[in-house]
Design a protein around this ligand. Sequence first.
Ligand SMILES: Cc1cc2nc3c(=O)[nH]c(=O)nc-3n(C[C@H](O)[C@H](O)[C@H](O)COP(=O)(O)OP(=O)(O)OC[C@H]3O[C@@H](n4cnc5c(N)ncnc54)[C@H](O)[C@@H]3O)c2cc1C
Length: 368
Amino acid sequence: MKFLIVGCGISGITLARKLAENSHQVTVIDAKDHIGGNCFDYFNQEGICVHQYGTHIFHTDNEIAWRFLSRFTQWYPYQHEVKALVDGQLVPIPFNFNTIEQLFPAEMANRLINSLLSEFPFNKKVPILKLRESHSKDLQFLAEYVYEKVFLHYTEKQWGVKPEDLDPLVTGRVPVFIGRDNRYFQAKYQGIPLQGYTAMFEKMLDHQNITVSLNTKFDKNMIKDFDHCYYSGPIDEYFDYELGQLPYRSLRFEFLTFNRPYFQSHSVVNYPNNYDFTRIGEYKYFLDTQCGSTVVSYEYPEVFTLGENERYYPIINCENKCLYQKYLDLAKGSDKLTFLGRLGDYKYYDMDQAVARAIDLLNDSPSA
Ligand SMILES: Cc1cc2nc3c(=O)[nH]c(=O)nc-3n(C[C@H](O)[C@H](O)[C@H](O)COP(=O)(O)OP(=O)(O)OC[C@H]3O[C@@H](n4cnc5c(N)ncnc54)[C@H](O)[C@@H]3O)c2cc1C
């Protein structure tokens, strides 16, 4: 069969490779001038691998997604640790026992840690909103502290709304860790592609049945030349916004290069309070590049405005999920069209989830 895939991000590329290996002819188009979508990276003159759309760390417990991508790359065994500036100190995030000991006097820190251990399992993450529901006075204090110093202002900056107005799935992403593991992720598999994400994608697309056209915006007339179209662009755009726009949060990245070996102590430092930006990423940490300069990006959250900036995070709440569902109902009218990816599904996907979604899609569709 002949397939058109709209979007050459990790979703479209995974699907393209799988279809090509099943002997189908695949054309992948992308409006941008590069492959990889939001995961695109490039090496600068000093050999630092810069992620053009912000820091991307691969982490997963999904064996299938990990094995699939590992066919196309080796991995640098990077374990992600994030620091946040809280009360003038750089402390480990997610908030854990080490963070507590750094911020509070010893006796108080002990009491808080013991209270946490008496209510929650060791080495597990507890969403901040759950901690807030505890009846223990110590834990209520801790919850309020974390809520105020780490969560509230960061969330307001990041999303431009109060936490209560977001889906718990989004707010639940900010946890307290019951233990001493400073790593941001505890997933079984973690790493950064040794030659970068773009090189991994090039290998995935390197198949005789795959043709890639960049700088090519989707046009509905294209569909007639194919048996089926998989669309990983924005679903509302596909339908010319006839039911209204699906809201997104955008980001502005300010990249700076410094002529000194390092800018900060870790690859990512969060600024929950006081600054307009939410975090600073420093790229040479990801592949441990040794050189005399360094590249960082400041991340400023912004309102998404059509035609002016990029869609980054879907703003998931009841109203927006309902609007998305209405678009999906419109799509049911065509059996030649399937939506996927973070823009087509209007979901926040980590990279592994985007890969898993594309693979599952084919498992559910025997002819493909
Ligand atoms: C700042 C940031 C940091 C992130 N960090 C991580 C991380 O550390 N770890 C992690 O696992 N995930 C991370 N993610 C999530 C990751 O970026 C996504 O999982 C991934 O990009 C999803 O890929 P996709 O193919 O679904 O979408 P995209 O990468 O957005 O690809 C969609 C493609 O479709 C193209 N397109 C859209 N409309 C059209 C059209 N009409 N015609 C032609 N082409 C079109 C676009 O140009 C784009 O290239 C992060 C996301 C952001 C925003």
